[in-house]
Design a protein around this ligand. Structure first.
Ligand SMILES: *[C@@H]1O[C@H](CO)[C@@H](O)[C@H](O)[C@H]1NC(C)=O
Ligand SMILES: *[C@@H]1O[C@H](CO)[C@@H](O)[C@H](O)[C@H]1NC(C)=O
Ligand SMILES: *[C@@H]1O[C@H](CO)[C@@H](O)[C@H](O)[C@H]1NC(C)=O
Ligand SMILES: *[C@@H]1O[C@H](CO)[C@@H](O)[C@H](O)[C@H]1NC(C)=O
Ligand SMILES: *[C@@H]1O[C@H](CO)[C@@H](O)[C@H](O)[C@H]1NC(C)=O
Ligand SMILES: *[C@@H]1O[C@H](CO)[C@@H](O)[C@H](O)[C@H]1NC(C)=O
Ligand SMILES: *[C@@H]1O[C@H](CO)[C@@H](O)[C@H](O)[C@H]1NC(C)=O
Ligand SMILES: *[C@@H]1O[C@H](CO)[C@@H](O)[C@H](O)[C@H]1NC(C)=O
Ligand SMILES: *[C@@H]1O[C@H](CO)[C@@H](O)[C@H](O)[C@H]1NC(C)=O
Ligand SMILES: *[C@@H]1O[C@H](CO)[C@@H](O)[C@H](O)[C@H]1NC(C)=O
Ligand SMILES: *[C@@H]1O[C@H](CO)[C@@H](O)[C@H](O)[C@H]1NC(C)=O
Ligand SMILES: *[C@@H]1O[C@H](CO)[C@@H](O)[C@H](O)[C@H]1NC(C)=O
Length: 584
């Protein structure tokens, strides 16, 4: 799949290559805190975007990991030195330049990064050719497989595991249809086939998919949201980065789509937006649910780290008051990644760090003259076998990917996020980690008290008008002196409508005499006839079904309720047939 792009970039290298490429945007910054001179320097490249939170928080955490590791004892024979290349996360070409620069001019023994899955594709191939391990904790796309690339190590999750958690959540609330809204990039697209498979397993359909280009304007997003609003599905999975995600939620609020009946779920890392953007994000995200990997808090190392990192973060970002928690999961993984690498480097026995040029057939292009690391295989092996208890919990790689199991489910309420439950392999969606307890969502969009049905009856935005009889005297069945009316029939109807698997907006209109609101405007036959005249969509009351009234689609009280359920169900299943299953 990646071949055409490979050739394109190859061509670019031939055109632009010069002895020191990558100096235009990328710049080097080394951390070399060697105190005693007895250590062998061990060069590691880092490719991140320092202008994004994910990038600069990760960098901060990596620097701390390095200091902590070499401060933990004085008995080391290697010393890692990190070489940062700061590249735009949306630009795979400059990150490829940065990688070639690191491999050719620094001869790094490993590369941490790149930040996005889109950038990772090509760099993983470079790593494979030069036998240099590429270690990423942020590139989550399942299309990047550590199985196929022997030098790719993922010290974070891949999005397949998120798809399973989302499916459990959808099943838990019995939603039947889900629309994913995602960035139209490798990262965004990568999760889609896995989402569709996971939803199919819990009988939820994906009637539509909504890719959003990263360059989309507010107007573009507004148009797409209008389209979604006209459809019936009200459950949206949002899978994109902060800046685009923030734009999406701002526009959704403007379009009235953060109100009652809607469900929004964010994937990790968008979930972090609440911690990083504060009130501007929570203002437009009330009632949103989010998932993120669960990090055990009962960990002294983590608590100690969080306190120190908070202090240091405040020094580095004096104007970032809105950041409530800079210890993102990506940051913790960044720390543990460097720690693991430092540990593994200590154990590498190969000593010649110069790249071998045996495989170089022709030195006319930069790509071909990189050579091969002589310790890469051993280093990859050592990292794979490294096990320790880090700040993010147990660090343990399986098939060169971090083993992660638990997720937490959060809910945006007021100006913060609350943890409302967990997802675990053993107990699924639950309030507890170690037993099954129903989760309680504190706030749904629009402040609705119950879980939305996730599917709206297509009334074209209109509310169904339900006629009720006006009966002075006997008011047990229907009492219109209250607004909305009360009584046995009304209770039954509300109950039936409430138990439908989707939401129907309706309100009651008393069939009252315009001159005397205590009297009915005619007979029961007249009332039922109003449905035929389309003055009402249905009528509810103590109305007997008799032959001459049965022309109207709905008959009432208990009979009505049963027929009503049948009627909506059959309408829904015909509506279902108009949908189409997306192929993948
Ligand atoms: C690291 O050690 C080397 C050799 O002892 C020395 O030349 C270099 O200046 C040191 N670097 C730093 C940043 O202390
Ligand atoms: C990241 O960018 C900021 C300014 O935007 C700069 O002050 C800081 O030194 C940069 N960090 C690194 C590690 O380059
Ligand atoms: C980190 O990225 C954020 C988001 O773009 C930016 O506001 C902040 O200034 C950056 N911090 C540093 C130290 O570069
Ligand atoms: C290194 O450890 C010593 C004591 O063990 C401590 O005083 C010092 O602040 C530490 N340095 C850093 C950079 O953490
Ligand atoms: C993604 O992660 C799951 C479980 O963590 C694993 O079974 C699967 O092989 C991974 N897929 C890829 C492409 O790495
Ligand atoms: C990595 O390199 C090996 C041999 O060097 C090759 O067989 C394999 O297909 C390569 N993998 C990728 C993803 O390029
Ligand atoms: C290290 O490897 C390079 C390239 O293969 C070779 O030229 C050099 O002689 C080796 N150095 C030692 C000390 O073996
Ligand atoms: C090396 O490159 C030159 C010019 O690009 C070409 O003529 C030659 O055949 C190449 N040699 C090999 C072994 O690929
Ligand atoms: C490329 O190879 C030629 C001869 O094979 C050699 O003279 C030249 O120095 C090499 N160039 C570089 C940049 O290694
Ligand atoms: C590192 O080496 C030590 C001693 O040789 C060994 O006990 C340990 O298991 C090794 N660790 C790794 C990750 O290979
Ligand atoms: C589950 O966890 C809670 C709190 O962490 C603890 O009090 C309880 O004993 C645990 N229950 C079981 C069955 O392990
Ligand atoms: C009352 O009945 C008359 C005649 O049937 C009809 O024209 C009018 O619209 C009705 N008014 C209401 C409020 O239903």
């Amino acid at each position: 799949m990646g071949k055409p792009r490979y050739h394109l970039i190859l061509l670019l290298f031939i055109l632009f290559s010069s002895p020191r490429i990558g100096q235009n945007k990328a710049y080097a910054q080394g951390i070399n805190s060697n105190k005693s001179g007895n250590t062998t320097p061990f060069d590691v490249g880092v490719i991140l975007d320092n202008s994004t939170w994910i990038g600069n928080i990760s960098w901060g955490c990596m620097s701390m990991a390095l200091e902590d590791f070499y401060n933990s004892s004085s008995n080391f024979n290697k010393r890692i030195s990190l070489h940062l290349r700061d590249v735009n996360k949306d630009d795979p070409v400059s990150s490829a330049f940065a990688a070639v620069d690191l491999l050719k001019n620094v001869q790094v023994q490993a590369i941490i990064g790149p930040q996005t899955s889109q950038q990772a594709k090509f760099i993983i191939e470079l790593g494979n050719n030069s036998q240099v391990p590429i270690i990423s904790f942020t590139a989550k796309s399942p299309s990047l497989s550590s199985m196929q690339s022997p030098f790719f190590i993922r010290t974070g999750i891949n999005d397949t595991s998120q798809a399973n958690v989302l499916a459990s959540l959808v099943q838990h609330f019995r939603w039947k249809q889900v629309v994913p809204i995602y960035a139209d990039t490798d990262f965004g697209n990568g999760i889609i086939p896995h989402l569709i498979d996971a939803f199919a397993e819990v009988d939820a359909r994906v009637p539509y998919r909504s890719p959003i280009p990263i360059s989309a304007s507010d107007a573009d997003i507004g148009r797409e949201l209008e389209k979604l609003k006209e459809m019936q599905t009200r459950v949206f999975i949002v899978h994109m980065e902060y800046s685009l995600g923030f734009k999406l939620f701002s526009n959704a609020k403007k379009a009235g789509m953060m109100g009652k009946g809607y469900v929004w779920i964010t994937t990790y890392g968008l979930t972090d937006i609440v911690d990083l953007m504060g009130p501007s994000a929570t203002n437009v995200m009330q009632g949103v649910l989010g998932i993120k990997p669960y990090i055990t808090e009962n960990n002294k190392k983590l608590q100690d780290f969080k306190a120190r990192w908070r202090k240091r973060f405040n020094l580095e970002n004096p104007f970032a008051d809105q950041v409530t928690d800079p210890s993102t999961v990506f940051g913790l993984w960044a720390y543990d990644t460097v720690w693991a690498l430092a540990k593994a480097a200590e154990n590498v026995s190969a000593t010649n760090y110069t790249f071998s040029m045996n495989n170089v057939r022709n030195n006319t292009t930069d790509l071909e003259s990189i050579g091969q690391s002589q310790i890469g295989s051993e280093l990859t092996q050592k990292i794979s076998n490294t096990k320790f208890y880090g700040i993010s919990g147990k660090f343990h790689l399986v098939d060169r990917q971090l083993e992660t199991n638990n997720f937490e489910i959060v809910n945006v309420v007021g100006n913060k996020r609350l943890r409302i439950g967990f997802w675990t392999q053993a107990y699924g969606v639950s309030q507890r980690l170690n037993s099954t307890v129903d989760v309680k969502v504190h706030r749904w969009p629009g402040g609705s008290p119950d879980a939305p049905k996730g599917w709206e009856w297509p009334t074209n935005g209109q509310t169904l008008r339900i006629g009720v009889p006006v009966k002075p005297g006997f008011q047990e069945f229907v009492n219109v002196s209250h607004s909305p009316p009360t009584g046995y029939c009304i209770d039954v109807f509300n109950l039936v409508m409430g138990s439908l698997p989707y939401n129907v907006a309706y309100n009651y209109t008393p069939f009252a005499d315009p001159k005397d609101s205590n009297q009915m405007n005619g007979t029961y036959d007249d009332l039922v006839y109003q449905v035929f005249l389309k003055n009402f969509d249905a009528v509810v009351g103590d109305i007997t079904v008799i032959a001459n009234r049965s022309r109207t689609p709905i008959s009432l009280c208990l009979t009505l309720s049963l027929i009503c359920v049948w009627w909506f169900q059959s309408r829904m299943s015909t509506g279902r047939m108009h949908g189409h299953l997306p192929s993948h």
